[in-house]
Design a protein. Sequence first.
Length: 359
Amino acid sequence: MPEATLIEPDLGFKRLVLSTGGECLKKCAQCGTCSIVCPISPDVNPFPRKEIVWAQWGLRDRLMRDPDLWLCHQCNDCAVNCPRGANPGDVMAVLRQRAIEHYATPRFLARWVANPRRVWALFVIPAVLLLTVIWRTGGLSAIRSAEHVDFDKFFPHIPLDIFFLGFTALAGLATLAGLARFWYGLSADAGAKFQEIPALVRVIGLHEKFRQCETSRLPFLGQWCVFYGFIGMFATTTLAFLCLLFGNDAPYPLWHPVKILGNLSGAVFAIGWAFLFINRLSSRKEAPASLYVDWLFLCVIGGTVGTGFLAYGARVADLPAAAYPLYFIHLVLVFFLLVYFPYSKFIHLLYRATAMARK
């Protein structure tokens, strides 16, 4: 006789899933249609059927250890074909948010990011820190006497770089700690496939799995543009920092390679953001349900790029009354994007890559 397995449901976890976007969990009759129609679900241990039944039973620990949770791209092919009108992709999104909070270091920051009642503090903290540094470096008094818009007088590059490098380093350590907990928390039968890392880089870089989803192209195009636009903007920031080290300080002319790369990357990013935003607004069945964290992520990345372009335009037009506030808001949003990286949807990329390496 097979050995009996003791099931210990976590009803509090199930209630949390139901109350944070997983209401359709009640509709699922376990017919298996979702796993059959999903183009990226494997033949062995397919998802999302097993994840849905685990969530229905409140098996929190199994879900937190499941690498398949991160292989779903929420394309919602499953929702279009579900005979009960359920949306397993949306439930998987809720479960991934719970996993981020479970593995985050420190956890309270992940809870704050996911809680609209607490998120205000995550904007106030960088605003106060930035104002303090700007005041201590004389930026507030310097801009009053400046004849033209000069962001370097408002927040000199050296203190700015030290400020962001320091906090980004802390975020990097938190990211590594969370990924380490995730790696060792995955199910015991998941093995490491380090020899397949080049193939994984290709799959992730080209979005090969996401490309197989058939229902809608908007999410794929949006994520592809946002992904490469962000890489381009990150490269622009890195090159600008290297130029500063070698004495070639900003602002750069429009034809400067760093400026060209930054503008092109920002444009690609903005196009991708528009695709994702339109997809979230869609009332079509295949459109994903939008959680609070989805809208927060879209607003922050869109605001970061938007305020960057607006501040640049105000500087070129020499409008200090608009340029300096826009630049300050831009810096606050950059802080949010970089420092809270381990707790937002941006961390999906690394969790998904880790899950693929252990699958």
